[in-house]
Design a protein around this ligand. Structure first.
Ligand code: PMV
Length: 337
């Protein structure tokens, strides 16, 4: 019975949602602990989530990872296994585990899933390992897997603190406002489903080592963060949108100026930037942001969604459109069942 009880306690399932940054994280102050060089502000997305089950089992000889129903590649498995080593060392356990992780959004949609994946994994695995973590500690743990995952611990509007401490103890996210605070929508315009050539970590390192604009990017971020907090506090949509667009283009300009330059956009990405600006000249309240990939994310308020969706439905080069309002905190699904 003891064994059975123990096994039951060593299993948990969690759900976390993806997020999109309005003020971007780009640059690391410590690679090993994954400490950001800048703070960031994001919104959590209701329609994009990852559900992850973790089972620690003393019979396993190595960690196993199933992604969307199929065994993950060796590189991904090792990245996750290194993350599990952190959990094991904190919980003082040695059991290997089986991880089953599923995204509710189409795989190969060209969407970054590391934020929702590592937030769900941090919550499920810490719970399964018997750790009781505060939200800050959970966010710090998720950060070790992926910087943006630290933000997916919370719903609504979230700020990731850059922190000052060398051990990362103050580099965690906090919630600025819950999802129901403001009915913002993000429309994800998918322009490519191909794997990108340079990931976020590689892109950041290359930017900080070679871009002449990197220092300027870093030095302006606190001002952008302050302004974004203010726009959210006032529910000032124009200000939020204009600032998000500025910050995203500034991040890309800094990366483009690296040597060799890092360009995540395709032709459709550029056409869409022009189109959003044309729509604004016609009086439409819509802005865009872009992450380390070619997809364009429109930022709008709920009443504009239908019209915008229709407008972009047949736009050349768009493969799919996903509309989402803001989503909730990460949560446990069936703890120790
Ligand atoms: O969390 P990472 O390592 O996948 O980096 C995220 C980088 C951006 O998506 C471009 C910006 C951000 O703040 O999410």
């Amino acid at each position: 019975l003891d064994d059975e009880k123990r096994l039951r306690l060593m299993k948990a399932t969690a759900i976390a949602h993806a997020n999109i940054a309005l003020i971007k994280y780009w640059g690391k102050r410590d690679e090993r602990l994954n400490l950001p060089a800048v703070g960031s502000i994001s919104v959590t997305l209701r329609e994009l989530s990852t559900k992850t089950q973790v089972v620690f089992d003393e019979k396993l000889t190595r960690d196993e990872l199933i992604l969307n129903g199929t065994p993950a590649g060796e590189e991904e498995r090792q990245r996750v296994s290194r993350f599990m080593d952190i959990i094991r060392s904190e919980a003082k356990i040695s059991e290997k585990c089986k991880i089953d992780s599923r995204n509710n959004f189409p795989t190969g949609a060209g969407l970054a899933s590391s934020a929702s994946a590592f937030a769900a994994l941090a919550l499920a695995s810490s719970h399964a390992a018997g750790l009781t973590l505060s939200p800050e500690e959970l966010s710090i743990l998720a950060r070790r897997g992926s910087g943006s995952a630290a933000r997916s611990v919370y719903g609504g509007f979230v700020e990731m603190k850059k922190g000052e401490a060398a051990d990362g103890s103050d580099a965690f996210a906090v919630q600025l406002a819950p999802p129901e605070y403001w009915d913002l929508h993000i429309l994800i315009l998918i322009t490519s489903t191909e794997q990108k050539l340079i990931g976020s970590t590689g892109g950041m390192i290359q930017t900080q080592e070679t871009s002449p604009y990197y220092f300027r990017w870093i030095s302006e971020q606190d001002r952008d963060l302050r302004e974004m907090r203010e726009a959210i506090r006032k529910r000032d949509f124009e200000h939020l949108g204009e600032l998000a667009e500025f910050n995203a283009l500034k991040m890309h300009a800094t990366a483009i100026a690296a040597r060799p330059g890092i360009l995540y956009w395709n032709g459709t990405t550029v056409e869409l930037i022009h189109e959003v600006r044309r729509l604004r000249l016609q009086g439409e309240a819509v802005y865009f942001t872009i992450d380390a990939g070619p997809q364009v994310k429109l930022i709008c308020e709920a009443p504009s969604v239908d019209k915008l969706r229709q407008h972009f439905q047949n736009f050349p080069g768009i493969k799919q459109i996903i509309d989402t309002p803001l989503g909730p905190d990460a949560y446990l699904w069936e703890a120790s069942k």
